[in-house]
Write a protein that binds this ligand. Structure first.
Ligand SMILES: C[S@@+](CC[C@H](N)C(=O)[O-])C[C@H]1O[C@@H](n2cnc3c(N)ncnc32)[C@H](O)[C@@H]1O
Length: 219
């Protein structure tokens, strides 16, 4: 778990079965958890489950069948939004609309997209978010980036990731190779957009380590 503090309010956005939010309720990570998803039947099922396992006389939660793009960030602190398991394009849309609705209210974000962390990072950088922590997550042979950021702070976000890389970890090397392969293909079809991204990832290993010798065929 990447979270560094307890929150007054946590939003489990695009919660689906609500597993993430339920584990946060279980750990008392927040005074209240709001579950948001656009699927009505899923939210009905979730509400029944929460009522059974997290009775409202012991836990505080709310289920909202709502488009995340219509959520208005309330003036509550500290407050966290979690967006996990959604594609980069949608994640960026959600972040932009939350940021616009917040009107200066501070909040933290925990983001874990299915693909396209580079684009999500660039959007966060443009909006002025700051890094709290970042992590490479490997699950069922798939790679994800866990990005924990805030509207306030000092540490800048780097579009290729920075502190998350451990170059002596073979899984991190494998993830890097996957990214290089992916952006090599993208750069072949759209060099203007993706050659710079490829160059950023390629230069990471030159900066980051003397102990990792990337596969020469890849770079
Ligand atoms: C793959 S699930 C994510 C599950 C969960 N967050 C996780 O990490 O395990 C994606 C969910 O996003 C929901 N979703 C898609 N667009 C949405 C939107 N605009 N507003 C709210 N929920 C949305 C879908 O209904 C679906 O339940």
């Amino acid at each position: 778990m990447m979270l560094m503090q307890r929150y007054s309010l946590i939003w489990d956005c695009c919660c689906d079965h609500g597993l993430l939010g339920m584990s946060l309720l279980q750990k008392h990570q927040a005074e209240k958890v709001i579950f948001v998803d656009i699927l009505a039947h899923q939210m009905n099922t979730l509400e029944t489950k929460l009522t059974k396992y997290f009775p409202l006389n012991q836990f505080d939660w709310e289920v909202r069948c709502q488009d995340v793009k219509t959520v208005i960030v309330p003036d509550v602190a500290p407050q966290l939004f979690i967006i996990a398991g959604v594609g980069a394009f949608q994640t960026i849309e959600f972040i932009k609309s939350l940021y616009a609705s917040a009107q200066g209210v501070e909040f933290d974000l925990l983001v874990c997209t299915v693909h396209g962390s580079h684009a999500v990072r660039q959007a966060l950088i443009r909006l002025g978010f700051k890094l709290k922590s970042e992590r490479i997550i490997v699950e069922n042979n798939r790679f994800y980036e866990g990005l924990y950021v805030s509207t306030v702070g000092d540490e800048r976000i780097v579009s290729t990731g920075n502190t998350m890389w451990n170059w002596s970890d073979p899984l991190h090397q494998k993830y890097w190779e996957k990214l290089i392969n992916h952006y090599t293909k993208k750069a072949a079809t759209d060099p203007d957009q993706f050659q710079p991204v490829l160059a950023q990832y390629t230069s990471l290993t030159q900066k980051g380590t003397d102990c990792y010798q990337p596969n020469a065929s890849l770079v």
